[in-house]
Design a protein around this ligand. Structure first.
Ligand code: DNO
Length: 361
């Protein structure tokens, strides 16, 4: 297990590289050029500027999250070829700075979705919360009228460029079934995976969050059977999955350790976090500890340990604790605590099995 930490870049993140350096066992940054719109080729000078910062602290840049996929690719529009071309050029450039894994998602229009970013918990901390009935009963167009009317309001993981085109996009997706989305993903992977493979890069699709259709839009990266099918669309090690225990864990039917044992080598990147799911389908993000949420994180780590996992892992969203002001889900403290929980479990398994003192990698 090779520990990495997501960092949004200078001026864009409350956490500093100096702080990240002091978290035990973090070897690299999970990064992206967040200001480049989906579909555009990433400029080399910006990639190199990022590399310079990472080099100063001795972090590698092997994991990118995300190179976002243009909606025309997901929609299967004729214009997709131009955007796929740009995607391939970006892959080639990323290879020159040592990138080994590219995380991306294939969710129509929205990335991860929550109804509250700072829901207060009993202990006074706050966390990302999803109220199912609220989303089920919501007309997304109404929501976006408020969003558009308020330029200061931005949702994490949602690109502003998509917000302006929302009505048009919703109309376009009316004709896109789940099957069509699988076809469009296959078309994309058939072109992109060979380029990634040539450069020793592994593509890693991120599960849909939450892992079910929302706002009437199709979603396909939702559970074990669908991920199996996606990995077979192009059956090659460079077509992999970012196994996100929190996204998949919002559906209690998903057995994360079983997925780790099945997909093994096809998981270049692990997102490990916990989520507490309520009977009515609501969920809230909790600390990483097994007993705090519905996902047994200690079992998740055991499954990674058992398969001899050598891929990248990052703690995922954390709660906001100790009065930290940060991007929703991306503070320093709770993610650092999460890392220590993951290492604690990993080291314990290592001791139990082989008596090794340190068990990194
Ligand atoms: C949320 C993240 C996602 C993820 C993208 C990958 O914090 O896990 O936004 O980065 O879905 O493309």
């Amino acid at each position: 297990m090779r520990m990495v930490f997501r960092w949004y870049g200078e001026g864009n993140d409350s956490v500093t590289l100096r702080q990240i350096k002091q978290i035990p066992g973090v070897e690299g940054l999970v990064w992206a050029l967040h200001d480049v719109p989906a579909g555009e080729e990433w400029p080399m000078d910006k990639i190199l500027a990022y590399k310079k910062l990472a080099d100063e602290y001795g972090f590698h840049l092997e994991v990118v999250e995300s190179v976002n996929v243009h909606e025309d690719i997901k929609l299967g529009r004729p214009t997709r070829d131009r955007y796929i071309e740009n995607y391939m050029k970006t892959i080639e450039k990323l290879a020159t700075v040592g990138v080994k894994t590219i995380c991306y998602n294939f969710m129509p229009i929205f990335d991860w979705t929550r109804t509250e970013l700072f829901k207060e918990m009993e202990d006074g901390s706050t966390a990302l919360f999803y109220e199912k009935a609220k989303v089920d009963g919501m007309d997304p167009r109404e929501l976006f009228e408020t969003v558009i009317a308020n330029p200061d309001f931005t949702m994490p993981g949602w690109e502003p460029e998509r917000i302006g085109r929302l009505s048009e996009l919703f109309d376009a997706y009316k004709d896109v079934s789940e099957e069509a989305l699988f076809d469009n993903l296959q078309y994309f992977l058939e072109r992109v995976v060979p380029v990634a493979a040539r450069h020793d890069i592994r593509m890693a699709i991120h599960p849909d969050d939450p892992p079910w259709p929302i706002f009437g839009l199709p979603r396909i990266v939702t559970g074990q059977a669908n991920i199996r099918r996606i990995l077979q669309l192009v059956d090659h090690p460079s077509n992999g999955v970012t196994l996100c225990s929190g996204s998949l864990g919002a559906n209690p039917a998903n057995d994360i350790p079983a997925m780790i044992r099945e997909f093994g080598e096809r998981i270049p990147f692990a997102h490990i976090r916990n989520v507490k799911v309520y009977e009515n389908g609501d969920f809230i993000e909790t600390s990483h500890r097994s007993c705090d949420g519905s996902v047994d994180i200690a079992e998740v780590v055991r499954a990674y340990y058992d398969i001899g996992y050598t891929g990248y892992a990052r703690p995922d969203h954390g709660r906001h604790i100790w009065d930290e002001k940060c991007r929703p889900g991306y503070g320093l403290y709770d993610r650092a605590l999460g890392i220590m929980y993951l290492w604690g479990a990993w080291d314990a398994y290592a001791r139990e099995r082989g008596g090794k003192k340190v068990a990194q990698g």
